[in-house]
Design a binder for this molecule. Sequence first.
Ligand code: NAD
Length: 369
Amino acid sequence: MTLFSRRQMIRLGAAATVAPFFKLSAQETGKKQLGVALLGLGDYATNQLAPAFKEVKNGKLVGIITGSPDKIPKWKKDYDIPDGNIYNYENFDSIKDNKEIDIVYVVTPTGLHPEFAIRAAEAGKHVICEKPMAPTVADCTRMIDAAKKAGVTLQIGYRLHWNPFHLRLIEAVESEEFGKWKSIETGNGGRMENFTGLNAWRIDKELGVAGALYDLGVYAVQAALYTAGETPLRVTAKKSTERPEHFTEVPETYEWTLEFSGGRKSEGFSSYGKNGSYVRAELEKGKIGIESAYGYRGQKGFTPDGPMDFPQVNQQALQLEGQIAAILENKPSKVPGEMGRRDIQVLRGIMEAAETGDVYEFPDFNYPA
Ligand code: NAD
C-alpha cells in the first residue's frame, strides 16, 4: 500500500469511527438529485454558491432561507424557487415537512453557524456549514452531536479539497516524491479598507470571533496540516493591530509557529492589514508550493520538477457535487464536521498562545490531518 492510500485509509477510518454512516431518509431513497436550500443570502451565497449549481448534476438549488424579504423576488426569478420553499429565520424549522429540500447550506456569519446548523439538523436535513465551523470547540461538538442524533450528515464548506493544485501538493508530500518535508510556510491575508456593510461582522467578536484568523487563517492552518500530513503538537503566536481605530474587538493580524513531529515547524499568518495567499514547503529535494493559493481561481503551483499545470476549476461546483455524492452514496465526507472542529481546535490554540505569550500544547486531536 502506498503512503498516500495508507493515509487515506486512516482518514476514512477515523471519519467512520467518529461519524458513523447515517441512514438515508425515506425521502432520499431513489433520488438521483438532492434539493439544497441556502440559508443566508449574502455575498458568498449569491455570487459563488448559487451560480455554481449550474454545473452540479447531482444537486439542485430548490430553496432559500433569508431574513431579508426584499431579496426574495430576484432569487425566485433567477432560480425558479417556488413559494413553498422560501423560509425566514423564524419559520424555518417547519422545513422538516418539506420533502423537496434534503440539505440546508448555512452561509451566515460564523457566530450564527451553531444555531442554524443545529436547527437544520433537528429538522432532519443534511447540513453543509460554511467555514470556519463555529466560535468554539464546544459549539462544534454540539453541532456534531445534533447531526448524529438526527441521523444526518454535517459537512464543512471547504472547497480546496477539490482543487487540483492543492491535491497535487498533498499527493507529492504524502508520497515523498521529492523527499520528506522539512519546513512549511502558509499565509492568508487581505487588506480591509471598508469596515462597514458586509465587512462589519468580520471584525465583530461575537459574529467574526477572531477576525482574519477565523475568516482567512483557517485556510492557512488547513494548508499547514494537509501539507504536513499530521496534526501539530504545540504552537506559539502573537497578535498585532496597526489600525486600532477599526480593530476594537479583534486583532488585525495573527502570526504563529506550529510545531510538528521531529521539531519541524510551520510559520503562518492571517491578516486584514497585509496581503498574502500562499503555501510553500521545503522538501528534501526542493521546494513545492502554491501562490494565490486560497482564491476562487488564479492558483499558480510549482514543484521541484517545474510548474504545476492544471486548468482552473469551479471549486464550489466540485465541492457541492462531492458533498452531495457523499450523501447519495452513503460514504464518508472528505470534509466532515470533525475536520471543522479539529481546525477550530488549532485556531483556539493560536488565540490562546497569542493571549498568554506562552507555548500552547495541543490536547489530542480526534480527527487526523
Ligand atoms: P455576507 O456578509 O456577505 O453574508 C452574510 C449573510 O448572513 C447575509 O445575507 C446576512 O443578511 C446574513 N445574516 C443573518 N444574520 C446576520 C447578522 N446577525 N449579521 C450579519 N449578517 C447576517 O458574508 P459572506 O461573505 O457571504 O460570508 C458568509 C459565510 O460564508 C461566512 O461563514 C464566511 O466565512 C463564509 N465564506 C466562505 C467562503 C469560502 O470560500 N468557502 C468565502 C466567503 C465567505
